[in-house]
Structures are given as structure tokens and as C-alpha cells.
Ligand binder design. Structure first.
Ligand SMILES: Nc1ncnc2c1ncn2[C@@H]1O[C@H](COP(=O)(O)OP(=O)(O)O)[C@@H](O)[C@H]1O
Ligand SMILES: [Mg+2]
Length: 296
């Protein structure tokens, strides 16, 4: 496969690729992802197809293409090509699907060292993006995929923005992962919003369920209200049977705090002593992930 991304038309696509019995490997809000096979070398790829429901959606998908074209990072899914009409993209196939798989169907907690190492891989992608003023905008387990070599890579740049001015607005997000300031629609720092979503992802991966269902002021989520009112003791009491250790609690508080000024930046989050200690490299993590995924 060529290194530089290319554009293809339908004829070129059908000459070079075939569907794998139309196998659907994923579905998003308004996209379907198929597994396709290169007819020459039999390598597998993922084809993300979208229908342009409205102009906003068309913009989101074109933004995803524009950004993926330029991105190059070990923990971001590799982009190969897009169709000339901009309705589908060809990306690296990630056979183990998304991280949500690790959360569902399990009754025991994943070892904190494994969780930290997974989150660290996602954070290194976010650090790369934030250093270029790009904000992913929809960090959640469903948008983090597992490669053949058990490397974590983020996908789905449909809500990503280039935050060149301090008040650039985000275009979306997923309920339960969105920072409170974004919903109140004050001026906000999009990178700090991303750190909040990372906090929810970390919490979910370790605890097995979400810390709250919504941060929306109209929803009056009881669990979120504890955090908003800085009643962390009451919040942690809900989870006491799982007895998360003090290092985890303190770290989560630096990500899920309601005040973005108190919240860690990506650099601070990666430099935190508790987070940094006791981590696996991507290579060391691979056999642990393999074990977890194959157990299911
Ligand atoms: N490259 C890929 N390899 C394997 N599965 C994928 C790939 N890309 C996406 N998926 C699956 O499809 C789902 C939807 O893709 P995503 O890009 O997140 O679309 P949407 O923008 O509609 O949310 C993902 O959550 C994942 O399960
Ligand atoms: Mg998605």
C-alpha cells in the first residue's frame, strides 16, 4: 500500500479491493465501517462509509479526512485513502475493535497498571494533537481501537477542531463525557474539555462503569452534583465497595474537577508521579491485553 494518502473512485476501488461478505465491523452515529481486503496482497483494511445526512455532517466527515491526512502518530489510526466524493475513508484495520469491549462483560477490575498503560498511549496521541492545537473532541472508549499488535490507537476525528484561537468552539461530544463548561456554553478552553473526557475514560476503564451519566445542568445528575459541589467524599462513598486507591482518587479529581483552571493539562497529567509510576511500555502491555481480550 502507498505511503502517501490517495483518492480513489468507485472503479479503482472495486478493481483493487473486495468486501469481506459485507462484514460490518462497527457502526457509529451516522457511519458504517466495513472490513475490506486488498485483492493483490490480501491485506485487510477498514472502510468507513457515511451518508451525508446534512451539511453539518458533511463538514464533520470532511474535517475528519482533512485532519487524518496530516496526522502521523503511533497511537492514531493510520489513514490510507479517501473516495473522490469524500463519502468514505480507507483506514488501518483494527481487529480487536474498540476499548468498550474491555469494559463490558467483565466482573473483575482490570489491574490499575494495565489501565494506566492503556490511558498513557491515548494520552500520548492527545499530547501530539494538543501540541498542534488540534482537539479530538470526542474521546471515549468507542473511539479508541486495538491493533493486531495490541497497540491502542484513537480514531473518529469527526468532531475534531483546530483550536487556533482561545475560544474556538467544539462541535459535539458524547453525553457523559462532555465537560460541564462546554454545556453551559461559556468561553471555554477546548483542550481542558478534552482532559475531562479523558478523566471519564480513565474512570470507566478502571471502575467498569461511568462516574455519572450527564454533566448537563438540566439533568441534575446526583453523582455529578457531588463533584460540582466539591463533595468528593460523598462521591467516592458511592464507589466504596470497589475501594479505589487514594492515588487513583486524587488523579481522577485532577481530571474530573468542575473548574477547568484546576484541571490538569495533558503535560501535567502525563507527568503526575502516581500516573507515571508503575506503567508498562506498549510492548510490555501487549501480552496483558491479549490475555484480557482472549479471556472473553
Ligand atoms: N479502523 C477500524 N478497525 C476496526 N473497527 C473500526 C475501525 N474504525 C472504526 N471501527 C469501529 O466502528 C465504530 C464507528 O467508527 P467511528 O469512526 O467511531 O464512527 P462514528 O464517527 O460514526 O462514531 C468504532 O467505534 C469501532 O467499533
Ligand atoms: Mg465514534
Amino acid at each position: 500500500m502507498q505511503k502517501t494518502p490517495f483518492s480513489f473512485d468507485l472503479q479503482m476501488f472495486s478493481q483493487n479491493f473486495e468486501f469481506n461478505n459485507k462484514e460490518i465491523i462497527g457502526k457509529g452515529f451516522d457511519s458504517v465501517v466495513y472490513k475490506v481486503i486488498n485483492k493483490q496482497d490480501r491485506n485487510e483494511y477498514a472502510l468507513k462509509l457515511t451518508s451525508f445526512k446534512d451539511l453539518q455532517h458533511k463538514f464533520n466527515f470532511q474535517q475528519e479526512i482533512r485532519l487524518l491526512y496530516h496526522l502521523n502518530h503511533d497511537h492514531i489510526v493510520k489513514f490510507y485513502a479517501n473516495s473522490l466524493d469524500g463519502s468514505c475513508i480507507l483506514i488501518e484495520y483494527m481487529p480487536f475493535g474498540h476499548l468498550g469491549k474491555l469494559i463490558d462483560q467483565r466482573d473483575i477490575r482490570i489491574d490499575i497498571r494495565i489501565v494506566k498503560s492503556i490511558v498513557n498511549q491515548i494520552m500520548s496521541a492527545i499530547k501530539y494533537l494538543h501540541s498542534m492545537n488540534i482537539v479530538h473532541g470526542d474521546i471515549k472508549p468507542e473511539n479508541a481501537l486495538i491493533s493486531r499488535d495490541f497497540i491502542i490507537k484513537i480514531c473518529d476525528f469527526g468532531f475534531a477542531i483546530v483550536a487556533n484561537s482561545p475560544n474556538t468552539k467544539l462541535r459535539g461530544g458524547s453525553e457523559g463525557y462532555t465537560a460541564p463548561e462546554l454545556l453551559i456554553n461559556e468561553n471555554y478552553d477546548a483542550k481542558k474539555c478534552e482532559m475531562f473526557s479523558l478523566g471519564v475514560l480513565f474512570f470507566v476503564l478502571f471502575m467498569g462503569y461511568r462516574p455519572f451519566l450527564s454533566t448537563h445542568p438540566q439533568k441534575q445528575d446526583k453523582f455529578w452534583n457531588y463533584i460540582k459541589n466539591q463533595e468528593w467524599d460523598k462521591f467516592w462513598k458511592i464507589f466504596e465497595t470497589k475501594n479505589p486507591d487514594i492515588g487513583f482518587r486524587n488523579y481522577i479529581q485532577k481530571l474530573l474537577c468542575a473548574d477547568p483552571k484546576e484541571r490538569y493539562t495533558i503535560e501535567e497529567a502525563m507527568q503526575d508521579d502516581w500516573f507515571k509510576s508503575n506503567q508498562y511500555t506498549a510492548q510490555q502491555l501487549a501480552p496483558h491485553l491479549q490475555k484480557l481480550l482472549i479471556k472473553q
